[in-house]
Design a protein around this ligand. Structure first.
Ligand code: MG
Length: 161
């Protein structure tokens, strides 16, 4: 059996006024936030789906249904932590993760290190193994029109000894 597994996750949420913008568990100052049943932290959701995908455990909607009142305005970091408590992580450890956030606004460069630190703490891995990148959509499509934000993530898991 190959002692590595990769996982991929992606997510997209719509921008609306009067919501906080939270990415990787970090509140980012902006004129709009993301709409969702939870806090709509798209980066955390993509990461959570990548972890679940690596272990073929399903997806975030299976674990935390978006029609369940228990998860209304839920802190996505707490959902991610719940997934990390899955018994599968007794056998698998996280090697690294690489997240790309695509948004026209706001500029995320000043917040990249805070987001990496946040995920490093949550995942329990060194910050050198946590990559968060940001780019625009060059003005194209819903993301480019500032109507939505997208996040994509891959992870590598390694079998524990
Ligand atoms: Mg989501």
């Amino acid at each position: 059996m190959i002692p590595f597994r990769t996982g991929y996750g992606c997510d997209l949420h719509r921008f609306v006024p009067d919501r906080k913008l939270v990415l990787c568990g970090v509140e980012i100052p902006h004129t709009a936030g993301l709409l969702g049943h939870s806090d709509a932290d798209a980066a955390c959701h993509a990461l959570t789906d990548a972890l679940l995908g690596a272990l073929a455990l399903g997806d975030i909607g299976h674990f935390f249904p978006d029609d369940d009142p228990a998860y209304k305005d839920a802190d996505s970091v707490e959902l991610l932590k719940k997934v990390l408590q899955h018994k599968a992580f007794e056998s698998w450890m996280i090697g690294n993760c690489d997240i790309t956030i695509i948004t026209q606004k706001p500029k995320l460069a000043p917040h990249i290190n805070a987001m990496r630190e946040s995920l490093s703490t949550i995942l329990g891995i060194d910050i050198s193994n946590v990559s968060v990148k940001a780019k625009t959509a060059e003005g194209l499509d819903a993301v480019g029109r500032c109507e939505a934000l997208e996040a994509r993530c891959i992870v590598l898991l390694a079998k524990r000894d």
